[in-house]
Design a protein around this ligand. Structure first.
Ligand code: NAP
Ligand code: GDD
Length: 345
């Protein structure tokens, strides 16, 4: 039985990846942090839950900031595949915590790569790289050849991790890959990322628990895909003859504003826009009530206006295709949040 080690197993991607690998018959080991409030609702059912199944998820305490701990874990588990998904993953917060974001996202990756090099150099390594590496890109759509111009502490730290992954591949012949993933979302998305914040708040408005959505830059455009599709691409990258780096994206571009309109349409509210920039608001065209307000506290010191990916290489070499695009993604997240909010009421 193959063994996989996932850092960040308790996150959106980690939980879907654990499910995917368990389904493939892997023995899965996940790294979790010690936290004072305990929330592992997506991975708890996988944690030794199915007594009939020979494969299971085993959890280990660890932290990307703790070199000894990572080395001991790698030495103990001796995985065949390592998926490094752990990170301080919020771009906006990385401006408030640049040093911490660098320690976890950049040096954390180096610590892990070095442990693998020393204890199980044959293991295959996946690094969660990101479209944020492109920053305000020189060309559109972006491919594996597009120049990197990171413009946040998060992205600069991820750039270091990207190149360290390439460096360990080139220097030591390790099978190490970067997935340059564009935004991917799901009902498990963290609540302070824009998609989930919108679907959750709109669901609360529908159920009378909130009266408006407070939002930042609505003109930012992203290439939003569905997280389970993206974890499949991660796995595919580690099943090839040679290690390589791949862009993973849907090739569709939409704005935050479109996302808001679509989410409100799901609860039968049609929006009209009034004002500009920090005083812009969205009005329910049937009632005249303001249901969207811009709040400049959600603006970033620098933002990326637009990122759009060209995943031709992943399509060709991995046979990967996205199964869910923007419209369906918003629908499924709205449906899920309507249920979650109604149940929690
Ligand atoms: P996520 O939901 O925020 O999950 C991140 C995970 O990392 C969490 O489980 C978190 O633990 C863990 N973590 C944070 N700091 C840690 C530390 N110091 N030591 C150990 N674990 C730590 O992120 P995601 O959306 O699943 O993304 C997975 C990875 O892909 C991340 O590296 C992200 O930067 C990258 N990425 C994501 C996207 C996207 O659109 N989702 C796109 C490109 C790249 P807790 O559960 O304890 O908080
Ligand atoms: N989070 C958030 N909250 N973003 C907002 C808000 C708000 O209230 N209002 C507007 N936005 C805008 C942000 O300024 C940004 O332009 C866009 O919505 C998307 O923000 P996020 O959902 O936080 O995602 P991100 O694109 O910055 O980063 C995500 O995707 C990256 C891949 O491109 C994260 O998952 C990163 O970890 C990932 O690397």
């Amino acid at each position: 039985m193959k063994k996989a080690l996932i850092t960040g197993v308790n996150g959106q991607d980690g939980s879907y990846l654990a499910e995917w690998l368990l389904g493939k018959g892997y023995e899965v080991h996940g790294v979790v942090r010690r936290t004072s409030s305990f929330s592992r609702k997506y991975i708890d059912p996988l944690h030794g839950a199915n007594a009939d199944s020979p494969s299971k998820l085993e959890l280990h305490y660890g932290d990307m900031g703790d070199e000894k701990n990572l080395r001991k874990l790698v030495e103990k588990v001796r995985p065949d595949e390592v998926y490094n998904l752990a990170s301080q993953s919020h771009v906006g917060i990385s401006f408030d915590m640049p040093e911490y974001s660098t320690d976890v996202n950049a040096l954390g990756t180096l610590r892990l790569l070095d442990a693998i090099h020393d204890y199980c150099p044959e293991a295959r390594f996946y690094q969660a790289s990101t479209s944020e590496l492109f920053g305000c890109a020189d060309e559109s759509p972006q491919t594996e050849q597009t120049r990197f111009k990171p413009n946040s502490p998060y992205a600069v730290a991820k750039l270091y991790a990207y190149w360290m992954t390439v460096n360990y591949r080139q220097t030591y012949g390790m099978y190490a890959c970067n997935g340059i993933m564009f935004n991917h979302e799901s009902p498990r998305r963290g609540e302070n990322f824009v998609t989930r914040k919108i679907t959750q708040t709109v669901a609360r408005i529908a159920l009378g628990l909130d009266d408006h959505l407070s939002i930042g830059n609505m003109d930012a455009c992203r290439d939003w895909g569905y997280a389970p599709d993206y974890v499949r691409a991660m796995w595919l990258m580690l099943q090839q003859e040679e290690a390589d780096d791949f862009v993973v994206a849907t090739g569709e571009l939409h704005s935050v504003r479109e996302l808001i309109e679509k989410a409100f349409a799901h609860i039968s509210i049609q929006l009209e826009w009034d004002g500009e920039m920090a005083v812009e608001r969205g009005i329910d065209s049937a009632t005249g009530k303001t249901v969207v307000k811009v709040n400049s506290k959600y603006y970033r010191p620098i933002d990326i206006d637009s990122v759009l990916g060209d995943a031709s290489k992943a399509r060709k070499k991995l046979g990967w295709e996205p199964t869910v695009k923007f419209d369906q993604l918003v629908e499924l997240m709205m449906k899920a949040d309507m249920e979650v909010v109604a149940t929690a009421r």
